[in-house]
Design a protein around this ligand. Structure first.
Ligand code: ATP
Ligand code: MG
Length: 385
């Protein structure tokens, strides 16, 4: 009598995540476990520091000025009560911008933000990491604000003082994701959303590394199967065109995942992680983890393709002794021609985010020259307030 074949459960495009899975991707959740195979990083817990409330008051404020005494790698400034920060009002109010030198009424209301322990903690980490860090909040780096700091040869988000870190955080839309429970826990089961309150606030400072984008790989795990990997950067790379190199990278990534991550990551069976390959492509370091959800850029894949790879890999094999479909995974996607639609053409990354609210508001009714002066003045005031 034929045995009925059990129906495979229908797979959704995205797995139903738990809050625990999202917490697992937070840097502080995985850092200790993978400390030896990731960039050196330090977590600053703002609640423990006693400055979470003041930090939120500062970051949520409708202003561009920076906390007291945050300029410079070393603490040299003392509180200077004569330096007044810049304030401005929302567009549509009659005065869209004022500074201490031009207005007396608004400056008297200008708030001052004090985060002395955070300033000191950032400086301590800068000291430990030879003077330069790459900042993130709980999960997210302020990559969309990179343009706000002077470009260095070392790469974007190169911070050498607390004020650099603050300027990036303040100018970023991306990090607001980490402050908003609705977005931070998106993709979560209903019942775990119910107990979501303000996510715990952590500043992550990674030692600044000169990352070569061609060695960054994004990896997708579903149902505890490494289904796909893709180059991270939207550029055509000659060296990736060789089949030998691609096989080598696939083997390295698969072995790394099996040996280091599969049993040790606490985010269960569905997640995305980024790796940085060694120059000889035979080992790797973890850049970070993300939950398996729509807000993560699937790069050269679509999530539909990833689902279809997973479904195929779960189909039963037709004859015993045959390789399982999973033995042929992961699928590795690269940009395989210079005219590939994903190739970025001189367009700055995150160009759509290149205008922070402050800039837009400051620009109201100004010529380009007036706007530039206003912006320079606003930044200068903010940096020294
Ligand atoms: N320690 C570091 N030093 C310099 N650059 C870094 C460092 N860590 C990461 N980067 C660069 O910044 C990029 C983003 O870093 P990371 O993944 O930690 O932030 P993210 O907010 O999770 O970004 P994404 O959503 O793109 O993954 C990396 O792809 C890498 O190019
Ligand atoms: Mg990341």
């Amino acid at each position: 009598m034929p045995v009925p074949i059990p129906q495979m459960a229908t797979l959704e495009l995205f797995p139903q995540l738990t809050r625990g899975q999202i917490e697992a991707a937070r840097t502080s959740s995985w850092l200790d476990t993978f400390e030896d195979i990731t960039f050196p990083s330090t977590i600053i817990d703002l609640e423990e520091l006693g400055e979470a409330e003041e930090f939120l008051r500062w970051i949520e404020a409708d202003s561009i000025f920076l906390p007291e005494g945050s300029e410079g790698r070393f603490h040299t400034q003392t509180l200077n009560s004569t330096q007044q920060p810049v304030t401005r009002q929302r567009p549509n109010s009659n005065a869209s911008y004022s500074s201490s030198s031009s207005s007396s009424s608004s400056t008297s209301e200008a708030p001052i933000y004090n985060l002395p322990k955070l300033n000191a903690a950032i400086r301590e980490v800068l000291e430990k990491y030879d003077g330069a860090v790459f900042p993130k909040l709980n999960w997210t780096a302020p990559k969309d604000a990179a343009f706000i700091l002077p470009q260095t040869a070392s790469g974007p988000l190169h911070c050498t003082s607390p004020s650099d870190v603050y300027l990036l955080l303040k100018s970023s839309d991306f990090i607001s994701h980490d402050l908003d429970p609705e977005r931070a826990y998106s993709g979560c089961e209903e019942h775990s959303m119910a107990d979501s309150n303000q996510p715990k606030l952590e500043l992550v400072l990674k030692r600044f590394e000169e990352v070569i984008p061609s060695r960054e790989i994004r990896c997708f795990v579903r149902n505890n199967i490494l289904i796909g990997i893709t180059q991270r950067d939207n550029v055509f790379y000659d060296h990736l065109q060789s089949e030998e190199t691609r096989i080598k990278i696939s083997d390295t990534v698969r072995a790394f995942w099996e040996d280091e991550i599969r049993e040790n990551y606490t985010g269960r069976d569905d997640y995305i992680f980024d790796l940085y390959l060694s120059p000889n492509l035979s080992s790797a370091k973890i850049i970070d983890f993300q939950p398996y959800r729509l807000s993560v850029d699937s790069l050269l894949f679509t999530y539909e393709e990833l689902l279809s790879i997973l479904e195929t890999s779960l189909e039963p094999i037709s004859s015993p002794g045959q390789d399982t479909k999973q033995d042929r995974l992961p699928i590795f996607k690269i940009i395989d021609c210079k005219s590939h639609p994903s190739v970025s053409r001189n367009a700055p990354t995150y160009q759509s985010n290149m205008m922070p609210l402050e800039m837009i508001e400051l620009s109201q009714g100004r010529s380009m020259e007036e706007f530039k002066d206003a912006w320079d003045q606003a930044v200068a005031q903010g940096m020294t307030s």
